[in-house]
Each structure stands twice: as C-alpha cells, then as structure tokens.
Design a protein around this ligand. Structure first.
Ligand code: NAD
Length: 389
C-alpha cells in the first residue's frame, strides 16, 4: 500500500493516498477558501468519517458550516436549500465530501450560488455553459468517499428535475474542483451494495467511453486500464472492504472513468438515467443491470475493440469470453441479473415502458452509443433487462 501515494494533475490536482485527508487545512489555504461550507449527505453525516474530518478543521481553527440535506440522486430543492445556507453563512468555497450525490450537489452549490439564471439554463447542451457568470463561481474541494462516479475530476453535476422526473447534467468548466483529496481510507466503510454499485459505475464509464465511436486514443487508453483495475480490484474490495490497496485502485478507476467519458457514454447510461429518475435506484447498480444487454446489442460495432480489450485484461475467449467475464463479475458482486431484482414489485405497463424508451433516446448519452439507439431498440433493451434475457 505504501506505494499508492501520489500527486497528479489531470488537470485537477489530485492528492492521492491513505491518510491524506489530514491535508485538508493545507488544501483550503492553497485554494484561498477561508470559510468553507462542508457538503455531505445525511447518511455519511452520522458516520465517524465525517466527525473525524470536521475535527481536522476544528483543530486547524477553520470556521466552517455543514449542509447535509442531500438525497441520493439529488433534487432541485436540495440545491435551493444548500444555496441558502451558503449565502447565509457567507461561505467562500465548498468542501464537497461524499459519493457522487454529495459531490455533485456541493459542486452545484458553489456554482449556482452566484448565478441569476435558473440552474436548468446550464444543462450540458451546446455552449449553454457560456450563459453563466464564470467570475461568480466559488472554489470547490472534492473529497470522494465512494469509488464510482468520478465526479471529483469532472466538470458536471447531475441533478434531478422533480417536475419533469428527468436527470439533468449541468456543465461548466469551473465545476471542475480546484483540488481533490482521494483518500481510500475514507471509502473503507462503504456497505457492500454501494461498493458493488459504485465500482460497476466506474466500469460502465470506462466501457461506454471505450466503445463510443470517434477518435480519442487518450480516453481509450485510460478506459482500458480503468477496466483492468476494476476486474482485478472490485471483487477484492467487495469481499473485504478493509483491503486498502483494492480500495485505492478502485478510487483511481473511478477518476479514470470520468476522465475517459469526455469521449462519450452510451445506451447503458441512456436507459439507467430514466430508471434512476423514475424509481430512485442507485445509479451504478442500475448501470450494472443494463450492462450485458447493451453489450450484446452493440456486438457488431464493438467486437474487434472488445477482443483487444480482453487481451489487455487477460480474458480469454474474445467477445464471448468478455461477456461471460462481465456476467461472472456481476454474480460475484450480487448484482441483480434483471430489473425486478433491483426494483421490488416492479410492474411496468406499456405506457411506462414507452415513456422510458422515449426518455432514453433523447438522453444526451444516447448519441455516444456505437449502434443507433432507436425507440424500438430502447424498448427491446428494456424488455431484455426486465425479463433477464
Ligand atoms: P451516493 O453519493 O448517492 O451515495 C450512496 C450511499 O452511500 C449514500 O447513502 C451514502 O451515505 C453512502 N456512502 C457514501 N460513501 C460512504 C462511505 N464511505 N461509507 C459509508 N457509506 C457511504 O452514490 P454514488 O454512486 O457515489 O453517486 C451517485 C450519484 O452520482 C447519482 O446522482 C448519479 O447520477 C451521480 N453521478 C454523477 C456523475 C458526474 O459525472 N458528476 C457521474 C455518475 C453519476
């Protein structure tokens, strides 16, 4: 484990390694934040990992506020409440501490507190981000406690619009945190369901980025190594949450997935987003359920690439061997094979299925799928995931 300590800029500065959360006061000084708002979620807020981090701030005499009204799959009312606390406390920056939900909401509070337009005007569409007042964005320090979304190194925040029941991706270059502390010790307490789901999220990011059409060899290179790290380390982290080496490699794989998905994502995400918005399922676990069905659907367009990837990962049997390895990994991680295993009492009528297919084809990730995601195809994939076939 001692070797897994590093500092890299890609382009975010990442202070990586066990125990590095102790550098938080130094990181605050480096970013010029004097009165941070510490944003986390209510589950984490009760855990020793938050208490010990706040003690670091207290010992360094840093005045801070805490905001933890953050739902998994955060919603606009969380953002509005967070902005009010940020303004009332006269905070000048955010420490976003948690999984993707707390990281995204923390980032969005720092971003949106200084804007006059509604957050929906900054959706990741064309150059909408240029509408923002860039000078009014507060600095962000990101501290991940899960290993999946990679939000800590990303320029986006995901938030659900409760009126339309859609997940929206908000984008601005300055949503990229100034400094990340990636301390695998903080992820040791993750329950196994979240370890599996977040790890499969990192896998889905790497896999969909790698399979997305287009020329981006840097993203491809990052994605294949990310996938190798997942195959090697996710089962270990799942079996023994205290395996710090496996936790560290998974934290890297998560950041790599987010770096790679600048190239694009695909139908796993296009289907997972409406399911997450309508049924409040865990994002990564939902991706994991859809993965084998989408892989099979894309086969003709990606077979050659997957054969190359398999060789790199030491998986035998070409495309079929890779597909089997995905199923084996899912089984090991106790990922439900079909949607009814994830959503108890699921009973989707035709109208609901059509709604999900409609939402999937217009999801911004659909364009990155190597085979065109038509409404018929989205419906077919949804049926596959419901029936487990
Ligand atoms: P999460 O943040 O919703 O956390 C899930 C649960 O795990 C919570 O109950 C939390 O309290 C708990 N938890 C987190 N860390 C823990 C720890 N160390 N010990 C014990 N419990 C812990 O889960 P997530 O998968 O990290 O994030 C999902 C969110 O991220 C979704 O809203 C998704 O849409 C979004 N997302 C964002 C991006 C992006 O690029 N910004 C990418 C993918 C997903």
């Amino acid at each position: 484990m001692s070797k897994l300590v590093s500092k890299w800029n890609y382009p975010t500065t990442v202070r990586f390694g066990a125990g590095r959360i102790s550098e938080l006061p130094d990181v605050l000084a480096a970013t010029g934040i004097k009165k941070p708002l510490f944003v986390t979620d209510p589950g984490l807020a009760k855990l020793p990992v938050v208490a010990s981090t706040l003690k670091i701030l207290e010992d360094a005499k840093v005045p801070y506020g805490v905001f933890s009204d953050v739902k998994p799959n955060p919603v606009e009312s969380n953002l509005t409440a967070g902005i009010a606390v940020f303004k009332k406390g006269k905070h000048d920056g955010v420490i976003a501490f948690g999984g993707g939900s707390a990281l995204d909401l923390g980032k969005l509070i720092a971003f949106q507190a200084g804007q006059t337009l509604p957050v929906w005007d900054f959706e990741d569409v064309g150059d909408w981000w240029t509408r923002a007042n860039s000078d009014a964005i507060a600095p962000i320090i990101a501290v991940p406690t899960t290993a999946g979304t990679g939000s800590e190194v990303g320029r986006a925040g995901v938030i659900t619009n409760e009126e339309t029941h859609t997940k929206k991706v908000i984008f601005h270059p300055k949503l990229l945190p100034a400094i990340v502390i990636a301390d695998p010790e903080l992820s040791v307490g993750m329950p196994s369901f979240i370890t599996a789901g977040t790890g499969m999220d990192a896998f889905a990011h790497c896999l969909e980025a790698y399979c997305a059409p287009g020329y981006h060899p840097m993203a491809d290179g990052i994605a294949v190594e990310g996938i190798r790290l997942v195959f090697e380390n996710l089962p270990k982290a799942f079996a023994n949450g205290k395996d710090l080496t496996a936790r560290a490699h998974m934290m890297s794989a998560a950041a790599m997935g987010a770096a790679a998905f600048q190239k694009g994502l695909g139908a796993i995400h296009s289907l997972s987003h409406p399911i997450g918005a309508l049924y409040d399922t865990h994002h990564g676990m939902t991706n994991a359920v859809f993965m084998p069905y989408v892989l099979a659907f894309n086969r003709d367009a990606i077979e050659e690439k997957i054969v190359r990837l398999s060789a790199y990962c030491g998986i035998k049997g070409g495309f079929d061997g890779f597909a089997k390895a995905v199923i084996k990994l899912r089984k090991e991680l106790k990922v439900p094979h079909a949607l009814p295993g994830l959503i108890k009492g699921l009973d989707m009528d035709k109208k609901r299925k059509t709604l999900i297919a409609d939402m999937a084809v217009v999801d911004p990730t659909a364009g990155g799928n190597p085979v065109k995601l038509t409404k018929k195809a989205a419906l077919g994939l949804l049926e596959n995931a419901i029936e487990g076939t």
